[in-house]
Design a binder for this molecule. Structure first.
Ligand code: URA
Length: 491
């Protein structure tokens, strides 16, 4: 029996080189005993020298599907992975279609391990929480962040490039007991060496907890699903974890309270308000070419039939010289009554996310693609209806005027309707989400999801993950703005 020991910390090349030598020397799977270096038998284990690698091109060939499978399975922590992969490699030499046999015991075991690794990697993208370290901007003009995460498998190196793309504008290090990754704007560094947990408690935790408590929807609480999808292992490193027992305990009474509050009946004075507004002589017009003038004109807009049922036009809000314009879909029930954008439940999610990212709402211009509430009366309630492309097209008139006047540096499209209104072309939101794109008019467009989408997700795990991504988008917008301002002041 040949004894082979590997570090085995998710390093595919290490296993591949060993496997190539062994297979080229004709050593069958049953003749090899694989171990992890530093494993429990280390004391009595003397590994054999591997046969030399054949020079020249390897005689072994495998389908790409095997490389994909093996590079995931090698990240698993089960020590059997080396033997299993070598067995598959060996069998593939005589059966090229082996991986298509889903009922094959080796194949199905490897697939299960692959699934577990992919799931762990997915969790990492959702549950890593960065903390800013040091104060302000560092020598290279960038902010520095640190995160601690405890994965099940050796996935850190595998996921490092995801974090590089996602958090390109900041310096960061992710430490885990199974390796680390770091990005300094130039170089992505990864290591398989285990790390110690750093002390990361600071004020940002408070912010995150406030945010989580506000977006927690007791009506959608599924404790079992939550426990299955977000095991305690992940919770313990999340700042919101300590809130969960309290929120769960109060969920029932909060559902009752929410139901009471959900009276979305149009106010009795709605019709009278509309009549009165129409019959009033217009006030002294605001100076032409100002946002105020636009707002006045939009208040009596009849470009499409949506004005007939809505209480009022909900125009954008914010400073005329804002650097960032956020665009939503259309006012909701509460916005329609208040006459202001993003003041209802979606607005709450939005407010919390920007605040946690350090963005001051009063510095932003916040508006919608469509300025009237489109709804369907159902009993006493007004049910939101998505505006169609014709309505978006009509209302683009106002959006364009707002943007031309404000001349923002960044436009943020929240959701597909805003994206369609801002780009006039068909992009899939998921293809371009989280990236800044240069528009033909020279402005930057950043695309993210609509906060209502987060409120609609019924699965707790999905919601936590999507929330984290939305939050990350806000952080990214903030870093983007910071970078633009630095370039402007350097110029
Ligand atoms: N959804 C939007 O798109 N805009 C709002 O103002 C409120 C909810």
């Amino acid at each position: 029996m040949l004894k082979v020991a590997l570090q085995g910390r998710g390093d595919f090349t290490e296993w591949r080189d060993a496997a190539r030598s062994l297979a080229a020397a004709g050593i069958a799977p049953g003749e090899i005993e694989w171990r992890e270096k530093g494993g429990d038998k280390q004391l009595f284990w003397e590994e054999d020298v591997l046969p030399p690698q054949p020079s020249g091109k390897s005689q072994l060939t495998v389908p790409q599907a095997f490389i994909d499978l093996a590079s995931a399975v090698i990240c698993h922590t089960d020590p059997v992975r080396f033997t299993l992969l070598y067995t598959l490699l060996w069998r593939l030499q005589s059966d090229r279609k082996l991986l298509d046999i889903v009922s094959d015991e080796d194949v199905s075991r490897a697939r299960l391990m692959e699934k577990s690794v992919r799931r762990d990697a997915h969790k990492m993208t959702a549950f890593v929480r960065f903390k800013e370290v040091g104060s302000g901007i560092s020598m290279n003009g960038r902010r520095k962040f640190l995160a601690w995460f405890e994965p099940d498998h050796h996935i850190v190196v595998r996921k490092a490039s995801f974090f590089q793309r996602r958090f390109n504008d900041m310096d960061w290090i992710i430490l885990t007991p199974k390796g680390s990754a770091g990005w300094d704007g130039v170089k992505l560094t990864t290591s398989h060496e285990p790390c110690e947990k750093p002390d990361l408690t600071d004020d940002a935790d408070m912010l995150w907890r406030t945010y989580y408590a506000n977006i927690f929807n007791p009506a959608r609480l599924k404790v079992k699903a939550m426990q299955a999808e977000m095991p305690k292992k992940y919770w313990k490193n999340l700042p919101e974890a300590e809130l969960i027992p309290g929120l769960v305990a109060n969920a029932e009474s909060r559902v009752i309270e929410m139901a009471k509050r959900q009276a979305t009946t149009p106010q009795p004075f709605h019709d009278r308000l509309q009549q009165a507004a129409r019959s009033q002589p217009l006030p002294e017009p605001a100076p032409a070419g100002t946002l105020e003038a636009l707002r006045e004109q939009a208040a009596v807009c009849t470009r499409c039939p949506l004005h007939e049922k809505a209480t009022q036009t909900v125009f954008g809000e914010g400073p005329e010289n804002a650097d960032i314009v956020f665009v939503g879909e259309q006012p909701g029930d509460q916005e329609d009554l208040a006459g202001r954008p993003f003041v209802g439940p979606a607005g709450k999610v939005f407010d919390q996310a920007i605040e946690a990212a350090g963005i001051d709402r009063s510095s932003l211009y916040v508006t919608n693609a469509v300025k009237h509430f489109k709804y369907e009366p159902r009993g006493k309630r007004r049910i939101h209806q998505r505006p169609n492309m014709g309505e978006v097209q009509h209302c683009r008139w106002w959006l364009k005027l707002e943007i031309d006047l404000i001349k923002p540096k960044i436009m943020v499209a929240m959701g597909a309707t805003a994206l369609a209104a801002l780009t006039e072309t068909k992009h899939r939101l998921t293809d371009i989400r989280g990236q800044a794109m240069r528009m033909p008019n020279g402005r930057l467009l950043f695309v993210t999801v609509h906060p209502s989408y987060l409120l609609r997700l019924s699965d707790e795990r999905d919601r936590a993950e999507q929330l984290a991504l939305f939050q990350q988008d806000m952080v990214e917008i903030q870093s983007l703005m910071r970078r633009i301002s630095q370039n402007d002041s350097a110029a």
